[in-house]
Ligand binder design. Structure first.
Ligand code: G1P
Length: 294
């Protein structure tokens, strides 16, 4: 039986919702306090047992490659300045996993980005993590929750989270039939439906385990919503030839792809960190008084 060892992380998007910051910096490199968003995603994958990370990257994304590489000049300077503890911290980042970079030459959608990984994945099952969704669960990472379901059925598994009906148009929506506690057999998937069309409010939360058969489906799928090759459309086809399961993910989810979700993530994650909790608490008190927030 195959083990899930590889994860694909698409990072070629422009990050237009964060302009001008993303004019020359990848949105994935924006920090939550002092750690870039992309490191949270990579750590989730590694803590779930992933050994190889395949970034689907594009122009203007070189900073991500540099981030996961060694930085001998910086290490030399830090050592000279007696800051050994930082040297170890930055080395650990490069040693988290094996990193592979594949360029997506054109922005043709998430489905196209995944298809770019075909030759690196071969015929193994693999994970997909989308960088806009930060899912924090210190006990069991979101991806590990999916891998546990995969290990039972050896079929594709989609991580979902329930959303308000008025928000379904932002997500891929999955309808299924419960076959075990918190495991559904997927019956139907639709990308960004209107609230009236949506068959359920189970939204795809940017975490997937996919079998390699998805590549053949992607090749057959016509362009969908937004004129892009949609992964959700290819999964609807895959469902016709083999079972797909979904499971509701447990964890705190932040949509760091927009400024409100990003701010929420910074404040709450800083509240959970020993070195920043007290500061943030006092800051919130101060702001509440100054702005008369009750
Ligand atoms: C993508 C997927 C969508 C999923 C969402 C989760 O959409 O196409 O099915 O629900 O990610 O973040 P995007 O947010 O890239 O438009």
């Amino acid at each position: 039986m195959f083990k899930v060892r590889k994860a694909v992380i698409p990072v070629a998007g422009f990050g237009t919702r964060f302009l001008p910051a993303t004019k020359s910096t990848p949105k994935e490199m924006l920090p939550i306090v002092d750690k870039p968003i992309i490191q949270f995603i990579v750590e989730e994958a590694v803590n779930s047992g992933i050994e190889t990370i395949i970034f689907i990257t594009g122009r203007h994304k070189r900073a991500i490659e540099d981030y996961f590489d060694y930085t001998p000049e910086l290490e030399f300077t830090l050592k000279k300045g007696g800051k050994e503890e930082y040297v170890e911290k930055i080395r650990e980042i490069s040693n988290l996993a094996d990193f592979v970079y594949v360029r997506q030459k054109e922005q043709l959608g998430l489905g196209h980005a995944i298809l770019c990984a075909e030759s690196v994945i071969g015929n193994e099952p693999f994970a997909v993590l989308l960088g806009d969704e930060l899912i924090i669960n210190d006990e069991k990472p979101a991806l590990k929750q999916l891998i546990d379901v995969f290990d039972k059925f050896s079929k594709s598994v989609i991580g979902t989270m329930s959303v308000d009906r008025e928000d379904v148009y932002k997500y891929g929506i999955v309808d299924g039939m419960e076959v075990e506690e918190n495991i559904k057999l997927v019956k139907y998937l639709v990308e960004k439906p209107s609230p009236q069309e949506a068959p359920s409010t189970d939204a795809i939360a940017g975490r997937y385990i996919l079998t390699h058969k998805v590549f053949d489906m992607l090749k057959k799928t016509p362009l969908g919503k937004g004129g892009e090759l949609q992964l959700t459309d290819a999964l609807q086809r895959l469902r016709e030839i083999e079972a797909i399961y979904s499971t509701e993910l447990e964890g705190k989810r932040y949509d760091t792809g927009n400024k409100y979700g990003y701010l929420e993530a910074i404040l709450e994650i800083a509240m959970d960190r020993e070195d920043t909790a007290e500061f943030v608490k006092n800051l919130i008190k101060k702001i509440s008084t100054e702005y008369s927030i009750k």
